[in-house]
Design a protein around this ligand. Sequence first.
Ligand code: 5GP
Length: 190
Amino acid sequence: MQALKQKIQAEGIVLSEQVLKVDAFLNHQIDPVLMQQIGHEFAQRFAGQGISKIVTIEASGIAPAVMAGLELGVPVIFARKYQSLTLKDDLLTSKVFSFTKQTESTIAISAKHLTAADHVLVIDDFLANGHAANALIEVIQQAGASIAGIGVVIEKSFQSGRAQLDAQGFRVESLARISSLADGQVSFLE
Ligand code: 5GP
């Protein structure tokens, strides 16, 4: 997706060979016009697949997921990372290791929002080693729902997540695929 790649080149900050900071448009300040284009692109790529729900993880997956949900006309569920007094009963949970915080936490979705009748599109901001995506897949499978695919805004293709998801047979659609962050430069795969 050309507009996204241009935005990454213009406003992304390479923090290390492993980490890209995109706080200017995705992870802190959000560019709504770009998010709308991202939602449109996901909706086009997954059109006609019978998707009934989108599942993402708080916080940075929510903006692109909501825009995709708007385009596809389906509800968006975000997995919560923290204990909540209002999220108590019938929880589907999974453990996730955070790439950015380097800590393990539990994510949870209320079982009442996801059933075996659902066909789910998973959306997240980044794909690195696949921990977040795999935790989401686990909670969706606990509900007995099926998975249409995984939509990723920014994939770091040099890390292991993409290959793992491909090996499991999932359809992965990444809007920007980064082949390297070496020498402070962002290089794209395609
Ligand atoms: P994974 O679970 O695939 O290892 O990492 C994906 C998650 O870690 C995403 O949900 C995202 O929040 C965070 N993440 C991974 N790599 C980066 C990165 O380079 N920059 C930012 N801002 N977040 C990242």
